[in-house]
Design a protein around this ligand. Structure first.
Ligand code: FES
Length: 179
């Protein structure tokens, strides 16, 4: 009896051990396959975002310091301002590296911004947020917690043309900048 019981236990242990090993091998095999499949899927996955349009805005020589030019980008529902600051700034383009552009929807609740040439800042008169165009749209004070979305620009020396080619930061009220 004891001999039979020992044999039974031994068999159970064996089955448990061998089954576990088999399961482990099976799991390991599945894991590798899944990773391989995931890697392949990642390589082949199409881009989730659409490309930004390239939109000509103005000629650099037509701009006046502290007089913003308004335009819409990346679509008609998104007001923006192109600004020549008159001195080279971080992220500035053009012959003097002093031209920048921003969304003019306040990052707090989307109210329109006004450029104050005296203070050289964009201001929101709804809850008094202020943004500095010479510091990449950084929020200076007020209710907003995010900087202004920056419109990425490119400058063509041969034609003197400034074009918008993208947006850095999320435009207020959107889940994606490209609708
Ligand atoms: S909407 Fe501009 S500070 Fe509130």
């Amino acid at each position: 009896m004891r001999h039979w019981l020992n044999r039974r236990i031994d068999r159970r242990r064996f089955l448990k051990a061998s089954g576990g090993t088999a399961a482990g091998l099976a799991v390991a095999g599945c894991t590798v396959t899944a990773e391989e499949q995931q890697g392949t899927a990642q390589q082949e996955a199409p881009k989730a975002t659409l490309p930004y349009p390239r939109t000509a805005i103005a000629r650099a020589s037509e701009l006046t310091v502290d007089e913003p030019v308004t335009f819409n980008y990346p679509d008609e529902q998104s007001p923006c301002a192109l600004l020549k600051t008159g001195r080279p700034v971080d992220g500035g383009v053009g012959p003097e590296g002093d031209i920048v552009a921003y969304s003019t929807l306040c990052s707090h609740m989307g109210m329109p911004l006004t450029y104050d040439a005296e203070a050289r800042t964009f201001k929101c008169f709804e809850h008094f947020s202020i943004f500095d165009p010479e510091l990449r749209g950084q929020q200076v004070c007020g209710q907003a917690t995010d900087d202004l979305p920056r419109i990425q620009l490119t400058y063509d020396e041969s034609s003197d043309e400034l074009s918008a080619i993208g947006v850095a930061g999320l435009i207020y009220g959107r889940a994606s900048n490209i609708l």
